[in-house]
Design a protein around this ligand. Structure first.
Ligand code: SF4
Length: 169
């Protein structure tokens, strides 16, 4: 889960985005692995906000005020992080909507007509394409919640089955 949704004060402005459904409902059923890619690469709290800017191919992550480009550092980090999360055994991920790191296909890209995913969300989709992923905004819809929970359970059962088969061979 994006760490700010758990109430961790890791956002650029020193605040959080605690989400009651994620913490109080989902939190009773799952074990969370909190991830804040921006803090993990040493951007600090508080920090200047970054945004996505149209680039050749994929969007770039740029400090809105200074123009500092974080794309390479963040891309390297999220690839390693997602691969480590895969080895740890994830069954799903809840992302923070609209974030240039965590946003799931809804992030404004300056200079482009269409929104895109943040760099961490894009790495999740690239390296774990079958992982159930939602954001806290979409999870306000009861049908999206129900589908997401069912997919989490199915993913866990599939993973358990795969583990058992590996033990037998
Ligand atoms: S949206 Fe992602 S990068 Fe931004 S504060 Fe939350 S966890 Fe950190």
């Amino acid at each position: 889960v994006s760490a700010c949704l758990l109430g961790e004060r890791v956002r650029w402005d020193g605040g959080d985005k605690r989400d009651a459904f994620v913490v109080d409902v989902l939190g009773r059923r799952v074990r969370f692995v909190p991830v804040c890619p921006e803090v993990e690469i040493g951007m600090g709290v508080p920090r200047p906000p970054v945004r996505l800017v149209r680039g050749a191919g994929a969007p770039r992550m740029v400090d809105a005020a200074s123009g500092k480009d974080w794309t390479e550092v963040m891309t390297l980090h999220v690839e390693r992080r997602v691969k480590a999360l895969a080895r740890a055994g994830l069954d799903g991920f809840v992302l923070k909507s609209g974030s240039p790191s965590c946003g799931h296909a809804d992030v404004r890209v300056h200079g482009a007509r269409r929104p895109d995913s943040g760099l961490f969300a894009a790495a999740l989709a690239k390296y774990l394409p079958d992982l159930p992923v939602e954001d806290e905004q979409r999870l306000r819809d009861p049908r999206v919640r129900a589908t997401f929970l069912a997919r989490l359970v199915a993913h866990q059962q599939q993973r358990g089955g795969d583990r058992a088969r590996r033990r037998r061979t």
